[in-house]
Design a protein around this ligand. Structure first.
Ligand SMILES: [Zn+2]
Length: 126
């Protein structure tokens, strides 16, 4: 299990979790300001893959320079370095939510409710 600590990066936590879990096809477990990533069959998750996925996510939002990724043991911590421009960039993230539907990337299942999609997605990991 790899823990990703988003205490200082709460604004991006939810989207980051979905992105990284999808990318690695890992099962995310939310724990307040952190999330854990693991595979259902208990095989080891490569921390570097997680870090690459986080970097990719930040780059896709043009936020790579605003965050620092720290790695220690099985923990990864994401720290907000620079709040400049953050607001504008985060607005762009929420803009991309204007589509009211959440779509499953595995089978195209669509729902209006993010929670329902999360639950639905679990069937692909079993
Ligand atoms: Zn699906």
């Amino acid at each position: 299990m790899i823990a990703v600590d988003c205490t200082n990066a709460l604004a991006i936590k939810d989207k980051l979790l979905v992105y990284v879990a999808d990318k690695l096809e890992a099962l995310p477990i939310l724990k307040s300001d952190k999330f854990l990533l693991g595979f259902l069959d208990d095989s080891a998750i490569d921390k570097l893959d997680v870090i690459y996925a986080i970097e990719e996510f930040l780059e896709s939002l043009d936020l790579r320079k605003n965050f620092q990724i720290l790695s220690k043991g099985n923990d990864i911590k994401i720290e907000l370095l620079d709040e400049m421009d953050m607001e504008e960039k985060l607005e762009k993230i929420s803009d991309s939510d204007s589509n009211p539907f959440f779509e499953c990337t595995h089978c195209g299942f669509m729902t209006m409710y993010e929670e329902e999609l999360k639950t639905h997605r679990l069937i692909h990991y079993i």
